[in-house]
Write a protein that binds this ligand. Structure first.
Ligand code: NAD
Length: 349
């Protein structure tokens, strides 16, 4: 299959690009190379004859038309987005521009391209979204997000992603564009940009700095290893039912504090401190305004219809992730100099 991946120089997009190339697909990586991008994420496949890169912005309709016509993809996997909740609190405008308006331009470009091809039934527009569109769950472990959970986004980021989901569904219902949607839980793994919780904790611990935990650390997330996610995304692209959405979770609910303590225990094994534990550096900091209490995915649909389950537990995935950061200082060190990284963002409630 020839796949146009947007946001393929980011964290999840690059995992999709690497896996798609490994499975013999042809990939066009379209990315604007914002602060969150890093072409090193796809360096391992950059010389593959099936790989092409297009430096373009999804808000640039002319560029999208040109790229679709030039590469003639069978599918679009749309991952390009502004993705950091804390940055959306300080500057929501970029999130509306890229996540909402950019998705609109991509949908229109894809619709025109698909129509020009004779509306092939096999074409797919796969929109990658987040479980954050569903809002916040109560503590009761029997209550989880299903695909029918009403939308209730609470941050500028999740509201912009919810808007983009609605646009994608509308383009299917109104114009017949063959779409599939996925809403996944929190990802972690190699190439995670060093402003997100897991890499911040690993890198601060290695530097002997404080390990910031928002509020009391009781917020629960359902942790999904990024390479498992990429595998699920390719499966939904190939076998998902048109017009349907699929929730993708890690089946690994943990509080933020549990997650941080697990990372510290792994680091205590791999990089012991001269005395004490890395956990001694845990510091509770001001909570994020509107911080959702709990996210958890009910994976029944993707499991029953497509037979997919995550391959690792969070402990296994975190062990691999810590080892990857220990082995790849040359990747993360330069990214720490980028604007805003290492600063506390998103505290203005
Ligand atoms: P990321 O921030 O690591 O990467 C986003 C990529 O999109 C970057 O390479 C960036 O350059 C590119 N991009 C941003 N604006 C663009 C524009 N206007 N035009 C073209 N490219 C642009 O994000 P990520 O964590 O890899 O997330 C990928 C997708 O998955 C996003 O849509 C996000 O909402 C969704 N998602 C992420 C998570 C998570 O845990 N990281 C969870 C659920 C859903």
């Amino acid at each position: 299959m020839r796949i146009l991946v947007t946001g393929g120089a980011g964290f999840i997009g690059s995992a999709v690009v690497r896996l798609a190339i490994a499975r013999g697909h042809q990939v066009v990586n379209l990315d604007a190379l914002t602060y969150a991008a890093c072409l090193d994420n796809v360096a391992s496949v950059a010389s593959d004859p099936g790989y092409a890169f297009e430096h373009a912005d999804i808000r640039d309709r002319a560029a999208l038309d040109r790229i679709l016509a030039a590469h003639q993809p069978d599918a679009v996997m749309h991952l390009a987005a502004e993705s950091h909740v804390d940055r959306s609190i300080d500057g929501p405008g970029a999130f509306i521009d890229t996540n909402v308006t950019g998705t609109y331009h991509l949908l229109e470009a894809a619709r025109k391209y698909w129509a020009a091809q004779g509306r092939p039934a096999g074409f797919r527009f796969h929109h990658i979204s987040t479980d954050e569109v569903f809002g916040s769950l109560p503590a009761d472990p029997s209550v989880k997000f299903t695909e029918d959970t009403p939308y209730d986004p609470r941050s500028p980021y999740s509201a912009s992603k919810a808007a983009s989901d609605h646009l994608v569904r509308a383009w299917h219902e109104t114009y017949g564009l063959p779409v599939v949607l996925t809403n996944c839980s929190n990802n972690y793994g190699p190439y995670h940009f060093p402003e997100k919780l897991v890499p911040v904790i690993i890198l601060n611990a290695l530097a002997g700095k404080a390990l910031p935990v928002y509020g009391d650390g009781s917020n629960i997330r359902d942790w999904l290893y990024v390479e498992d996610h990429a595998d699920a995304l390719l499966l939904v692209l190939e076998r998902g039912t048109i017009g349907r959405s699929y929730n993708i979770g890690g089946e690994n609910e943990r509080t933020n504090l549990q997650l941080v303590r697990t990372l510290c225990a792994i680091l205590d094994e791999k990089r012991p401190k001269p005395a004490g534990s890395h956990a001694d550096q845990i510091t509770f900091v001001t909570d994020r305004p509107g911080h959702d209490a709990r996210y958890a995915i009910d994976p029944a649909r993707i499991r029953a219809e497509l037979g997919w389950r995550p391959s690792v537990t969070v402990e296994q995935g975190l062990e691999r992730t810590v080892q990857w950061y220990l082995d790849n200082e040359g990747w993360w060190r330069p990214l720490q100099a980028r604007k805003g990284v290492g600063e506390r963002l998103g505290t203005q409630g």
